[in-house]
Design a binder for this molecule. Structure first.
Ligand code: GLN
Length: 633
């Protein structure tokens, strides 16, 4: 991916179902769970680098001793920072008395992060900023054990304002306005309520307060707490939580927008955002890792009972196709196949664009995530070429000989590694003029492969969001190879509408497809459409989200996808390069054919699965016209 988009978050939840001694004996360390947490977080580092955090809970710690430990970091390498902090007391203990460090009973009593429940999080913020207050897990403390709550999530809601308001209507006075803390207080409120209900029930039965605390811990109905609190959540979410006495859960939105998978046996329960991460960390097969069903929660009671329970009625599945195209690790066996298929499906169009002139075409990709789509594209190109060769052979009829056959069969597509990602250029260059020149060098190229002024260069990327890197770096540096033409292929369709479910692309004006459509409207004397859409958006600005319609679709309506692609190519092509530039995008139909199980496509089509999505696109358009640079949720 050439455009860096901030996106997603990663979650990890681990419950050790046996006492720490068991792991010391079987695996040689009571830190078995902690080590797995590290692995699972490190393997998901692609999902968030703004911050990281981890919590540990010791189940059944005696009163007066700390049972929650937490470390969070928003430093440059947050996972490393968090685990250095976690390791500090272990290093000290190692120096003081190494034997005690390896004693699980001593460790649980005296050392932080020696407990049965772990919650880890990697953050790419979609709300607020990068400050430490926004880093998960967030914690709500209380002297009643079963009222303590910690949460971490991969989520974005379109109606945090409504939920915040419901808290203030309850009489609360939140000290902060962050989406994660709002969710924490929202769930916390119903956790308190459930505690209170159970307390009353047992008080009426004449039980002592001590007995009641025990009863509450046994009976706390997590499913009900989640059902009551999530009733109004509009958005995509996979939210994990731990309650102070030892119950834990992960709940997923009813549309399945955000992903969550789990593995459970009699020793351990592991939940993570991505399947192959669990496969690798736990050394299990993909069939052993289950997807958490949309609208359900995986609930792990303190006593070790694991259930998947219905929380909100599942809706038509609209899981995020961008996970498949780009975000998730491509090592998942299904995602790998899907990415290849995305490339394969583009082959015919590409060959048509180059007039099947395979001798004068060089195929390559933008490193690194587009590599899999590239393999698929090349399979597709070869398959198409086989058809061409077959026809040429048939056309020869009886006029066939070995030389002619050799010539036909030897025609192979030219596959080369052209673009090389070189350096991360950031703050070193201060002034804007030289900055652009330096940014051009983020990518480098392999020289001597392209025939000057003759060859067409076909280069595939997984998606093009803003196109800035293409314009400033990739096209310029590719032009130095002197191709006749550069065709940039996107394995994803045009990104036309903002996301509001956990990917930080909330501003319409950032999308090159949107800029191109606006330019086309202006050029073709249809500027009035922009004004009309603005008026319609303003008219429904304060309507309930359920009544809002996505009028932004009208901006694209007069044009075909090809017209928009051609305009984007024109706009992204630097004036001072020699090569022609063309863009080829995936069609939405082919995206669905390649990724049939995950058809969430609102960023391509404007069809939002939740009413809040229409509100976000509406606000986003108003922001664009009014020159407001804020996020639209
Ligand atoms: N990408 C995400 O899932 C972000 C989670 C949450 N909205 C935050 O900004 O912290």
């Amino acid at each position: 991916m050439s455009d860096q988009i901030k996106h997603e978050c990663g979650i990890v939840l681990i419950r050790l179902l046996k006492p720490l001694e068991y792991y010391q004996e079987k695996y040689g360390t009571w830190r078995y769970g902690l080590n797995k947490l590290y692995l699972l977080m490190e393997k998901q580092h692609n999902r968030g680098q703004d911050g990281a955090g981890a919590v540990n809970l010791k189940i059944d710690q005696p009163a007066g001793q700390k049972y929650f430990s937490r470390h969070r970091s928003n430093k440059a390498n947050p996972i490393k920072d968090v685990f250095e902090k976690i390791n500090e007391p272990f290093i000290k203990q190692q120096e003081k008395n190494p034997e005690l460090l390896n004693d699980p009973v001593y460790a649980k009593e005296h050392l932080p992060f020696a407990g049965e429940l772990y919650l880890g999080h990697l953050r790419y913020g979609t709300f607020g900023n990068h400050s430490i207050d926004y880093v998960h897990p967030v914690l709500r403390e209380n002297n009643w054990r079963s009222r303590n709550l910690t949460l971490a999530g991969n989520f974005n809601l379109t109606n945090v304002d409504e939920i915040f308001q419901s808290l203030t209507e309850l009489g609360q006075h939140p000290k902060d306005y962050t989406d994660t803390v709002t969710i924490l207080e929202n769930v916390g409120h119903f956790l308190d309520e459930e505690n209170q209900l159970l307390f009353r029930k047992y008080k009426n039965e004449g039980k002592s307060n001590r007995e009641i605390s025990q009863c509450i811990e046994d009976e706390l109905n997590i499913r009900e707490i989640l059902e009551r609190s999530s009733r109004r959540w509009d958005g995509g979410y996979a939210i994990a939580g731990v309650v102070g006495h030892g119950d834990a859960f992960v709940t997923r939105d009813p549309w399945g927008i955000r992903p969550a998978c789990y593995y459970a046996d009699d020793e351990i329960v592991v939940v993570a955002s991505e399947r192959p991460v669990i496969q690798t960390a736990m050394n299990v097969r993909s069939v052993q890792v289950k997807e958490l069903k949309p609208g359900h929660a995986l609930i792990i009671k303190k006593n070790g009972k694991v259930t998947e329970e219905l929380v909100r009625v599942p809706q038509t599945r609209r899981s995020c196709s961008f996970e498949r195209i780009y975000f998730s690790r491509g090592s998942d066996r299904k995602i790998y196949e899907e990415r290849k298929e995305l490339g394969r499906l583009l082959a015919k169009t590409i060959l048509e664009k180059v007039n099947y002139d395979i001798e004068n075409t060089v195929f390559s990709y933008i490193p690194n995530t587009a590599e899999t789509a590239f393999y698929g594209m090349m399979e597709g190109v070869r398959r198409e070429m086989d058809q061409v060769k077959k026809q040429q052979i048939l056309d020869m009829g009886s006029d066939i000989d070995a030389d002619k056959l050799d010539k036909i069969l030897s025609l192979e597509p030219r596959v080369e590694k052209i673009a090389i990602k070189d350096v991360k250029m950031r703050t070193f260059i201060a002034d804007d003029d030289s900055r652009d020149d330096m940014v051009a060098h983020v990518y480098d190229v392999t020289y001597g492969i392209v025939k000057n002024g003759v060859d067409t260069l076909v280069i595939i990327d997984d998606s093009i969001v803003r196109g800035t890197t293409l314009k400033k770096s990739i096209l310029r540096i590719l032009d130095r190879l002197h191709p006749k033409k550069i065709i940039v292929v996107s394995s994803a369709p045009q990104i036309r509408y903002p996301d509001c479910y956990g990917i930080d692309m909330a501003k319409l004006k950032d999308f090159c497809a949107f800029a191109a459509a606006v330019e086309l409207l202006n050029e073709s004397g249809r500027t009035h459409i922009i004004d009309e859409v603005y008026k319609k958006c303003k008219e429904q600005q304060f309507l309930p989200k359920e009544e809002i319609v996505n009028h932004v679709k009208e901006i694209y309506r007069p044009f075909t996808a090809e017209q928009v692609s051609a305009k984007i190519a024109e706009m992204l092509r630097p004036e001072d390069i020699e090569a022609d530039v063309e863009l080829v995008y995936q069609s939405v139909e082919n995206l669905h054919a390649a990724c049939p199980d995950d058809n969430g496509d609102w960023y391509f089509t404007g069809d939002y699965p939740t009413p809040g999505g229409n509100k976000v696109v509406n606000t986003s358009f108003i922001n664009f016209v009014e020159g407001n640079t804020g996020r639209a949720y």
